[in-house]
Design a protein around this ligand. Structure first.
Ligand code: NOJ
Ligand code: CA
Length: 718
């Protein structure tokens, strides 16, 4: 496939199907060919190709090539509906609109201060054949240098209402690719990744899961996106969706014989998948490709497919580095609740008569301790969980009340603590655990956000632990997806930033709503003992849709040292925990451990103090999912660079070439590395710190321990 920019430029965003059909043969083979049947287009660099045709039965069919390799073999597209004929075949092509875009935009926060959005695309306009009232369906395709995307457009037409029984978007993979996957659960992404070939997914699907959800439409061959894949020839492929708005989240269900994925939408309680009225556009279905693993880490395709920022003002949105009254509850050292449920009258909710159990974390004195340390160490904020009444009896309860999100516990003085924090340059971060009782949250959300405005909270961490209410809803259904976005929009109106846990995994909506500064939507540090492979996979999967509130920074790995009864040991070295601040991009970064643990290792904590949370430039230097990641980033507000690396279970020697630094400039570097005997499993807290001077010609040899890593800061010497 050859490039022909002039040719495409001439037809940019035009409807020239008939003209092209006659002129295409004469021309030098262009980026797009129309032989009357097939429409083909290539990426701006000519390496990624997409072809579309209607097969002999009028089925929309597409395929994708990357260089010499077929990534998606001919795959069909369409829908089944609840009470009308499917839209799968019997189409005729009415028109094709071609489009070429080459633009740049500036995110409010991000890994880079500007993002290139460059693609060639087309929309095919389809209409049903031989029907009295033919329905219309348009499909929009975009081809970027790093992937392909398509979405369905239901134009305004006689039939207005569509109730989707199933979306039938196929991705017929080019081979039995290696895959890093989590099960197609409709309610949680909190799984460790399994790595098998596609043909091995069924055998490796957790048996307990199959048994527990056998009454639903759970499929033992369905996996979640973003799905990371590797072809036998060593190319990297990633399947995800972008701009999930007013539609259920999509998993991918595999037919093992043909190695074909079909979209597998999260059901509504009545078993249907989505309802909408034309005109309507679905989320994008995205196939990212790369020669190197780092290409998948670096691609911005998901953000590019989302709409530009919808907020008129964004100067109130800012990256946040925070500490929290949190790790102590997660590890069991203290509690969210004020008293034990048995010592409390759940009928009256009268805390004046309650007998406190004495280890409530969010008490005035403890919160002030965190504020003091955060303020002395250049943090922006302190999260306080367990500040509000209701934690005595909330977990796993199917009830429609529990929290009101406005009433503090007697030992949490909301007014005084916010004043204390603000005087020290710290914001408190609000916490709304909804216990997945969405109707309850929706009843209280206005008052809850107003309370935040009144006391000066500008960020909320929300959470959806447990089974969704109302009954039969799932965390990723169309209704739930709408709820999460409604909260983000409402929060934007009130200048509140949102970090939602247990909500649907992100699909790049933070471009449109940059007040969505974080999500969890995967296993984070709260799973105290997960494998060291996990954080080397997340940037290839979960992070493709947006940043994660991963909450790194554990400095004391043996949790029994401070949380009696907790026998867990974190499998990570201190240098690994520091490296995460560079490898795991987020504009919201927590230093999750206790003030006293950081004070005891102030030299290592220095990196967490220094590391920025907003970048002008990011380079993924080398990586392999499940093995290691090495990255370097430049601070958005200075000329300092930062590098970081993490390994999984195997140690790794790495030569870090500093060619990303400004040529001719000298830098003072501080290297935080694993000690020679460090080991994330057996000797996790051994680290060394060294300083030296370097320039861009230098290569620094680094040894990362098992479950280890490194972090480096580079300050230009003036
Ligand atoms: C689960 C969240 O992920 C965690 O961070 C939070 O502390 C608990 N829910 C309680 O809300
Ligand atoms: Ca969680």
């Amino acid at each position: 496939m050859k490039k022909n920019f002039l040719f495409l430029l001439a037809i940019a965003c035009s409807s020239l199907l008939p003209a092209l059909q006659s002129s295409a043969d004469a021309a030098n083979p262009p980026m797009l060919t129309l032989d009357g049947k097939t429409t083909s287009i290539t990426s701006p660099d000519g390496k990624v190709g997409l072809s579309f045709l209607l097969d002999s039965e009028g089925r929309p069919t597409y395929s994708v090539v990357f260089g010499e390799e077929t990534i998606v073999r001919p795959s069909t597209l369409g829908f089944e509906f609840k009470d009308q004929e499917p839209m799968l075949k019997n189409f005729r092509r009415v028109n094709v609109d071609f489009c070429q875009v080459d633009s740049v935009w500036q995110p409010v926060w991000g890994e880079n201060s500007s993002i290139e959005n460059k693609y060639n695309g087309f929309t095919v306009f389809l209409s049903e054949k031989n029907k009295q009232q033919p329905r219309k369906l348009n499909i929009e395709f975009r081809v970027y240098d790093d992937g392909v995307a398509f979405r369905y457009l239901f134009p305004d037409q006689d039939v207005k209402k569509f109730v989707v029984a199933d979306e039938k978007s196929q991705m017929r993979m080019g081979g039995d690719y290696k895959a890093w996957w989590i099960p197609g659960d409709y309610d949680t992404q909190e799984y460790e990744y399994t790595c098998t070939n596609l043909s091995g997914i069924r055998a490796a699907m957790p048996q307990a899961l199959i048994e527990n959800v056998s009454t639903t439409t759970f499929s033992p061959t369905a996996v979640q996106t973003s799905l990371m894949l590797k072809t036998p020839s060593g190319k990297y492929v990633n399947l995800h969706e972008a701009a999930l708005v007013d539609y259920p989240a999509m998993h991918l269900n595999l037919d093992e014989e043909s190695l074909t994925f079909t979209s597998w939408l999260t059901p509504s309680p009545d078993g249907t998948k989505a309802s909408f009225e034309a005109p309507f556009r679905t989320p994008w279905r995205v196939i990212m490709v790369g020669d190197k693993a780092t290409d998948i880490l670096a691609t911005d395709i998901i953000y590019n497919l989302n709409d530009p920022c919808a907020l008129a003002e964004t100067d109130w949105i800012h990256p946040v580095k925070y500490m929290g009254v949190w790790w102590e509850m997660i590890t069991g050292k203290s509690a969210w609740s004020y008293c034990d449920a048995r010592d409390f009258d759940l009928a009256t909710f009268d805390y004046s008569k309650a007998k406190p159990h004495g280890h409530h974390g969010a008490n005035n004195e403890n919160v002030r301790r965190y504020i003091d340390f955060a303020s002395q160490n250049g943090m922006d904020a302190v999260l306080v969980e367990g500040w509000n009444v209701g934690w005595e009896d909330w977990f796993g309860k199917q009830k429609d009340y529990v929290f009101d999100f406005v009433t503090p516990y007697p030992d949490f003085d909301i007014d005084a603590l916010n004043k204390y924090a603000h005087d020290k340059g710290i914001k408190l971060i609000m916490h709304h655990e909804t216990s997945a009782s969405v109707p309850n949250y929706e009843r209280h959300i206005d008052a809850a956000y107003d309370l935040m405005n009144r006391y000066g909270y500008d960020a909320v961490k929300s959470g959806y632990v447990g089974k969704m209410l109302p009954d039969g809803q799932n965390h990723y259904s169309q209704w739930a997806v709408n709820h999460y976005l409604d909260c983000v929009r409402k929060a934007a109106d009130k200048h509140i930033m949102v970090n939602a846990h247990e909500a649907v995994r992100p699909t790049g909506l933070a471009r449109t709503y940059p007040n969505l500064i974080g999500n969890e939507a995967a296993m984070g540090t709260e799973y105290q003992t997960m494998s060291p492979e996990h954080p080397t996979i997340l940037p290839f999967t979960r992070l493709k849709g947006g940043p994660m509130d991963y909450t790194p920074g554990v400095f004391v790995m043996d949790l029994s040292k401070f949380a009696p009864g907790n026998q867990n040991k974190k499998k990570a070295t201190i240098a690994n925990q520091l490296g995460l601040y560079v490898t795991m991009y987020s504009p919201l970064q927590m230093a999750c451990d206790f003030p006293e643990h950081y004070a005891a290792k102030a030299d290592a904590f220095r990196f967490i103090k220094d590391v920025p949370v907003d970048w002008s430039e990011s380079r993924y230097i080398d990586a392999e999912p499940g093995e290691f990641i090495v990255a370097a980033r430049k601070d958005k507000n200075s000329d300092c660079w930062y590098a970081g690396g993490i390994t999984a279970s195997q140690a790794k020697d790495f030569n870090l070439s500093l060619d990303f630094l400004k040529p001719g400039c000298k830098y003072e570097v501080t290297i935080y590395a694993d000690a020679h005997d460090a080991n994330g499993f057996t000797n996790p807290e051994a680290y060394v710190i060294a300083k030296r001077e370097v320039d861009s010609t230098v290569t620094i040899p680094i040894r990362m321990a098992p479950a280890g890593g490194f972090a480096i800061s580079f300050r230009p010497i003036k």
